[in-house]
Ligand binder design. Structure first.
Ligand SMILES: Cc1cc2nc3c(=O)[nH]c(=O)nc-3n(C[C@H](O)[C@H](O)[C@H](O)COP(=O)(O)OP(=O)(O)OC[C@H]3O[C@@H](n4cnc5c(N)ncnc54)[C@H](O)[C@@H]3O)c2cc1C
Length: 332
């Protein structure tokens, strides 16, 4: 591990000031469950690490006008059990998929959203675009766990965020602060993620000096059903091969509006308007859930080794829809 300066600010303002310089050479440390291994392996080499865990304003879930404000330091375990989140089962179900008490206790919302890809080329030092002498390694080499959607550009990794599909389905917004006075943005979460065309672009819109402080979750206008479904390879610690977060606004027995978002299938969480359209105006049953799953992957462009993920993503969407309505057997 290379040496770096370590700072522990107590306020958001101090944190962004510390993150501002050296430009592009500072990193946020939250729970550290992922960052520490990236520092150890030298994949991330900052000149300054800014530990945000002493900033009280970034902690906890608070009811505010029109919804909930969830601090970036809220742990995955709090998201799993917090009573204020009971109306949004998709969030607890997404956190519940992390089968390790240590990671649940230590991992945070902000760290999950900003989680760098698990792509084996990236983790071995080939960068986000996984290129060697101009060749795309996922395109030329093994691509088992890479993107099946949105993979026509240079980025072929999959977004690692477990919570983003559920939160985007629920119309969440992300609050970002920066080092300049009054630099505060509340951005729809689907616009936070980026499929980079260059290494410098990163995986999200955060620019040097910026920090995720909260996620705003709007309160539902009417009857809202939501769920997450992950397809995992292992029973224990594992990231999904594909996941889906759905939010369904109901008008009696019929869906009046829907948001369907897939995770781990593209460089960004993948909002499927076609899957949503397949549900609107229909009641939820096997046939409509299957139609949503089929529509969600109709445009998939799998790579040489990951055709199998298409069926898995289709099943994740179908089962998330059924789970939202309490129709998935064996799963609450
Ligand atoms: C052993 C192990 C097993 C795991 N198993 C699973 C699993 O089964 N399923 C699963 O989905 N996940 C799993 N994870 C991943 C885990 O959920 C994430 O690592 C965790 O959510 C990240 O949160 P953190 O606070 O520890 O982030 P950190 O490691 O502190 O940071 C992660 C990244 O986010 C950035 N960051 C953090 N907070 C902010 C912020 N507020 N603003 C801007 N940037 C920020 C950091 O700079 C860094 O790049 C596992 C991790 C480990 C170590």
């Amino acid at each position: 591990m290379s040496s770096f300066e370590f700072a522990s600010p107590h306020t958001e303002a101090e944190a962004v000031e510390l993150l501002r310089e050296p430009v592009g050479a500072t990193t946020v440390l939250a729970g550290g469950t992922d960052l520490v291994s990236l520092l150890k392996s030298g994949v991330v080499n900052p000149r300054r690490v800014v530990d945000i865990t002493r900033i009280e304003s970034l902690k906890g879930v608070t009811a505010v006008t029109g919804g909930l404000m969830i601090g970036a330091l809220t742990s995955l375990e709090e998201l799993r059990i917090h009573p204020l989140l009971a109306a949004f089962p998709a969030v607890a179900q997404a956190a519940d998929g992390v089968h390790a008490i240590q990671v649940l206790a230590q991992g945070t919302l902000g760290g999950d959203l900003c989680h760098l890809p698990n792509c084996w080329y990236f983790r071995n030092g080939y960068g986000l675009l996984a290129q060697d002498r101009g060749e795309s390694l996922p395109a030329e080499g093994r691509s088992d766990y890479h993107a099946i959607l949105g993979n026509q550009g240079p980025a072929k990794f999959v977004s690692a965020s477990r919570l983003a599909p559920a939160l985007i389905a629920l119309n969440a917004k992300v609050r970002i602060v920066g080092p300049h006075a009054d630099e505060v943005a509340l951005l729809p979460l689907e616009y936070f993620f980026v499929s980079p065309k260059t290494e410098e672009q990163g995986i999200c819109v955060l620019r040097p000096g910026q920090l995720v402080t909260h996620v705003f979750l709007p309160e539902p206008a009417g009857q809202l059903l939501s769920a997450t479904y992950d397809v995992l390879q292992l029973e224990g610690l594992d990231y999904p091969l594909a996941s889906a977060g759905v939010a369904l606004e109901m008008d009696g027995p019929r869906v009046s509006a829907a948001r369907v978002v897939m995770g781990h299938v593209a460089p960004t969480p993948w909002l499927s308007l076609d899957a949503a359209a397949a549900l609107v105006g229909r009641s939820i049953d096997e046939a409509s859930a299957q139609a949503a799953g089929d529509a969600a992957v109709a445009q998939a462009t799998p790579l040489a080794d990951n055709e199998y993920k298409v069926q898995i993503a289709r099943a994740a969407v179908k089962r998330a829809v059924l789970r939202a309505a309490g129709l998935l057997q064996g799963v609450s």
